[in-house]
Design a protein around this ligand. Structure first.
Ligand code: ATP
Ligand code: MG
Length: 298
């Protein structure tokens, strides 16, 4: 087992899609770092929480080995390495603790445009290029499909054109890369997003308290990201109509205002478009105000 430590280490991607959002999320949790010269290790200033900047592929292993306590990584990467470990009989060594609401993508099967897709049975005997061999092998096995998994570390989408595979299994967000390579998505293996990953067992030293505090702060940032505080005034007899227009909001908080009117406020969890505000106004809401929510302690 790893030795006791009194500082927490979090691994994030050094550069790439998750690097910037991961860093801003941790900053929003109140962390700051003294920039180190080589920039692989950032020493925590506001709290004893250091950052390790690495390739995303290394993050699950760093947690498994106890080198890092938390990591921010795509669920795709975490699941792939978890599935690979299980395939060779290793125990689970990390887990996804929280979804972080960024880095959304899907792991999908994509076939050449001209294929007439009828279902997974069509995959029998085919070669599938992927960077996610363990997830794909498990998925095929669950469906009893006997196909050949061709592992490639990059440029998976050109494999069908090069003739090294018949189809691919790759990450898709907009679908533009697939379309540019005359491929179409047909099956989803995994819905992915960036996650906070941690060990299966919390260390029993000074880090435990830090980990709990960080999780609570993270929830206080992530859970309110899509929420807005809505404030307005209305006459008492309009309140029930207005509440009906806000099915995605918490119960209205009602406070007395001058002239027998009420001041109302609520946390709304759906989009508050101009159109919705105008509709609320027509139903009797006055002085509507929408405020973004930065953090909360539940
Ligand atoms: P590294 O150098 O750290 O190994 P990488 O090339 O493996 O970087 P990126 O391309 O930066 O990784 O992607 C990191 C993660 O971003 C992916 O593992 C995935 O979770 C997420 N992601 C979101 N959308 C996409 C997409 N369209 N294609 C690939 N990854 C995506
Ligand atoms: Mg990588």
């Amino acid at each position: 087992t790893a030795p006791a430590r009194d500082r927490l280490r979090i691994a994030i991607q050094k550069s790439g899609r998750l690097a910037e959002p991961a860093r801003s999320l941790l900053t929003a949790c109140g962390l700051s770092w003294r920039q180190s010269r080589d920039k692989l290790f950032c020493y925590g200033e506001s709290l004893p929480v250091d950052l390790l900047l690495v390739r995303d592929d290394d993050i699950p292993g760093l947690i498994a080995d106890g080198v890092c306590d938390f990591g921010i990584v795509g669920r795709n990467e975490l699941d792939e390495q978890g599935a690979a470990r299980r395939r060779i009989g290793l125990p689970d060594a990390y887990q996804a603790l929280r979804g972080l609401n960024f880095g959304q993508c899907r792991l999908m099967l994509a076939v050449p445009d001209e294929w007439d897709w009828q279902g997974v049975q069509q995959l029998a005997g085919k070669r599938i290029a992927t960077s996610y061999p363990a997830i794909l092998a498990d998925w095929l096995a669950e469906r009893g499909v006997d196909a050949q998994v061709v592992e490639l570390s990059g440029s998976v989408e050109i494999a069908p054109r090069l003739g090294t595979a018949d189809l691919i299994c790759d990450l898709v967000s907009s679908g533009a890369t697939l379309a540019a390579n005359q491929l179409k998505p047909v099956e989803t293996l995994l819905e992915s997003e960036a996650v906070l990953a941690g060990p299966v067992k919390t260390p029993d030293d000074a880090r435990a308290g830090l980990m709990a505090m960080l999780l609570r702060r993270l929830d206080g940032v992530v859970n309110v990201q899509d929420s807005k505080l809505l404030m307005f005034r209305a006459d008492q007899d309009r309140v029930s109509d207005l509440a009906r227009l806000l099915p995605d909001a918490d119960p209205l908080v009602q406070l007395p205002d001058e002239g027998g009117r009420l001041r109302l406020q609520t946390m709304c969890h759906g989009a508050l478009t101009w159109q919705r505000l105008e509709e609320l106004e027509r139903a009797g809401a006055q002085g509507l105000m929408v405020l973004s929510v930065e953090r909360s302690l539940a």
